[in-house]
Design a binder for this molecule. Structure first.
Ligand SMILES: [Zn+2]
Length: 157
């Protein structure tokens, strides 16, 4: 059993239940649309239960849907077609991923520290291979600066 969705231009798209509530691209015209969270999605989650029991449980099942079906993930179109819709963020270094909400500063030997940088900018700095290992870095929950080489030993040559 699937869900029938319609893109803003009226094209009919059949999608799997597991994509309910997500976003997708119309395979015909490329328009963005949101796949409705149909009753069938609830049925899919609780398919092992008899219908009467399922209806009884439905509010609880619905409450869990945001975790089961994250809205920010692309639905079903090929990865290439989805790229403009939701470019995946670069994978963060574990120390960055630990607290992606915190900001960072970098201080270069003999130089002024940078403005506070988000974790993504730190990752870009590491990815660009610009770190030399002589810098010190600070995360906004740390009491003191730490050598960049100690914080990112695997990312700095
Ligand atoms: Zn369309």
């Amino acid at each position: 059993m699937g869900i029938v969705a319609f893109c803003p231009n009226g094209h009919r798209i059949n999608v799997k239940d597991s994509f309910a509530g997500r976003k997708g691209l119309c395979p015909t015209c490329g328009a963005k649309f949101r796949i409705p969270a149909a009753e069938s999605a609830i049925a899919a989650v609780g398919s092992a239960l008899p219908t009467a029991r399922l209806l009884e449980l439905a509010p609880a099942v619905v409450a869990t849907l945001p975790r089961v079906l994250p809205l920010d993930e692309p639905a079903f179109a090929p990865a290439s077609a989805l790229a403009p819709l939701a470019p995946p963020p670069p994978a963060l270094h574990p120390v960055l991923a630990e607290r992606p909400d915190l900001t960072w500063c970098i201080a270069f030997p003999g130089g002024e520290p940078t403005e506070p940088l988000p974790a993504e900018s730190m990752q870009a700095w590491l990815d660009a291979g610009q770190a030399e290992g002589t810098e010190v870095v600070w995360r906004s929950d740390w009491p003191e600066w730490r050598p960049a080489r100690d914080v990112f030993p695997d990312a700095i040559p």
